[in-house]
Design a protein around this ligand. Structure first.
Ligand code: HEC
Ligand code: HEC
Length: 288
């Protein structure tokens, strides 16, 4: 909205200055277009001063207000679910359990267009539009949610290969238990849905996700499909510590009405694959 507004505003000014220049006498023409150009610059300049590019560092030092975050999270729950668990088919990632630093950096990157998630951009933009404090607020609320104890996992038939590759190539940054590292912005991967992990690896390799770590992208490029599936499966089966998990997958976020439904989330959550084929392959999640 705001980008279009600035653009439309400057176009309007540019055409006003063009129109007045055309009507003016030859001697006036030069100064009129100069004034027009200055006005256009001033508008751009002012707007860029008023709304600087969001900075992860500035948001990180703020204390989030959980109560306000709860209200903002209502919009996020449309897709990420009231529990912050996303969907086991991996279409929507689990946000619960993730480091606050990572949530903030990813929100900034989504807002700046560094990740291919067009449906979420207006929601991220709306939060940033209100200011850094709102970002800190919603992140503090998400950080208070327990994780899904039964996330989506892969087929489970190539776990030795997955474990070996993880130890050789991923553990150094993401940690032995795939717990990530908050101060380095290394995401927690343990307990994340298999299909989401796999999709991110593929998107980092093909450039659809532009913010991936360069060294990691280089490594992933040498992986075959089998390697990627094996390592994603291994990661998805690393269990977070019990204090990070909800008591059961039927846990409901008490801040929400118990009959809560939303169309996007419901569409990917009509059937919990863990119900009848526990630990089975969840099927390919399509591109969001
Ligand atoms: C219209 C659906 C939708 C809504 C609403 C939505 N998101 Fe998302 N979000 C997604 C999808 C889809 C992805 C995964 C994109 C991908 O595969 O790269 C995502 C990814 C994320 C990620 C990155 C997770 C990671 O592990 O890197 C964060 C953080 C996030 N969303 C936070 C939010 C917050 C906060 C809100 C509310 C302000 C929100 N989302 C609202 C669909 C949505
Ligand atoms: C040099 C450090 C490093 C290594 C090695 C590394 N990663 Fe990463 N990884 C990162 C960083 C940093 C990010 C977050 C990048 C960003 O800001 O978007 C990330 C992000 C990810 C994500 C996206 C998580 C999410 O929530 O969206 C996945 C999946 C992932 N890594 C898997 C792997 C796998 C699998 C390996 C081993 C083959 C690996 N990484 C090796 C640093 C590393």
């Amino acid at each position: 909205m705001k980008r279009t507004g600035v653009f439309a505003g400057s176009l309007f000014l540019a055409s006003v200055s063009l129109a007045s220049a055309t009507l003016a006498s030859a001697s006036f023409l030069a100064s009129a277009s100069l004034v027009g150009a200055l006005l256009v610059n001033a508008i751009f300049f002012n707007v860029s001063i008023a709304k600087p590019a969001p900075s992860v560092d500035k948001i990180l030092v703020l204390n989030g207000n959980k109560q306000n975050g709860k209200k903002i999270y209502l919009a996020c729950s449309l897709c990420h679910s009231p529990q912050g668990w996303g969907t086991v088919d991996g279409y929507f990632p689990q946000l619960s359990g993730q480091h606050s630093s990572v949530l903030i950096k990813q929100l900034v990157d989504i807002h700046l267009g560094n990740r291919d998630v067009p449906t979420m951009i207006p929601f991220a933009d709306a939060v940033f539009y209100r200011g850094n404090q709102y970002v800190a607020d919603v992140v503090s609320y998400i950080a208070s949610l327990p994780m899904n104890p039964e996330n989506g996992v892969g087929r489970g038939n190539d776990l030795n290969l997955g474990k070996k590759l993880y130890g050789e190539h991923c553990q150094r940054c993401h940690g032995e238990q795939a717990q990530g590292k908050s101060d380095k912005f290394y995401p927690l991967l343990q307990g994340q849905h298999y299909e989401y992990v796999l999709r991110q690896m593929r998107w980092i390799v093909n450039g659809q996700r532009k913010n991936g770590d360069a060294e990691m992208a280089e490594q992933l490029r040498s992986f075959s499909s089998r390697d990627m599936e094996a390592v994603a499966d291994y990661i998805s089966r690393i269990k977070p510590k019990s204090e990070k998990l909800a008591t059961s997958r039927f846990w409901k976020n008490p801040d929400f009405d118990s009959n809560y439904t939303s169309t996007p989330w419901q569409r990917h959550n009509t059937k919990n694959s863990n119900d009848d084929h526990h630990g089975q392959h969840q099927g390919q999640a399509k591109k969001p």
